[in-house]
Design a protein around this ligand. Sequence first.
Ligand code: NCD
Length: 317
Amino acid sequence: MSSQNASSAPTRRHLTGIATLSLPDIQTLLDLSEEEIAVSRSRDKKKSALKGRTQINLFFEASTRTQSSFELAGKRLGADVMNMSVANSSVKKGETLIDTAMTLNAMRPDILVVRHHAAGAVALLAQKVDCSVVNAGDGAHEHPTQALLDALTIRRRMGRVAGLRVAICGDVLHSRVARSNILLLNALGAEVRVIGPSTLLPSGIADMGVTVFRKMEEGLKDADVVMMLRLQRERMEGAFVPSVREYFRQYGLDGDKLSHARAGALVMHPGPMNRGVEIASGIADGPQSVIEEQVEMGVAVRMAVMEWLAGGDGESR
Ligand code: NCD
């Protein structure tokens, strides 16, 4: 957490990563999310926090759940929402990104939700446009709303995040979800472990304040939360794992491995899941799984983030 990013006005305009949030910002967002859950659970799922505002979802990478979650969140806040899915152009990616953003910027949106395959692309874009920018995932860098929704899910289920042992398992190397979660869980006082094969653990990961394990049985010992990551094969060039079968044998979450965690430990997955690759179907659908709850919390957190960016939590921007 960088100190210059405490709730001062300029940084309030964007959410590019957990790294740019202060602890009070995080608490504000989680508390506001609780109110948004109530809105989503009511019959009349409407607020007017973003009434008259325009939200554009600009996705340079395919996405189903994140894009639909942001779309619903904006609509429940009363915004006019437009979705733009931009096919991956293999040439002049930098130019395409900025050109597209500037064109949209000229249409005077209030919020731009951006997903891009390059780390840092969203922060770059935030410097160029006049509206608030939300990072919906940039390469292997950050995915802040995912980490916030995970923390919200944990806090609601366990009553707290501080002091809990959370094991993040699998393809940490390619995972923006893992990076954002490590930052957020550490900020909230959890004990964070990462578990995976050496080929899927970034060098220097221990410097992020985590304990590293290469065996699931050891890393999962007494864990309160087991967070599985998708094996991101589309980001792999070459062989990072011997075979999918062998990967599942060593790192796939099944009943045997889960038995090393605390009784009643939460099982989480950001989706989309590869059943039988990183998680057994029976565990994904089992009593300890909170995977569907994560999806519900996703809408609430995105509502909270956009309301907060628009200055709807009582403070001016
Ligand atoms: C995650 C992502 O895109 O980083 N998924 C998501 O936001 N729905 C995780 C993943 O793709 O594995």
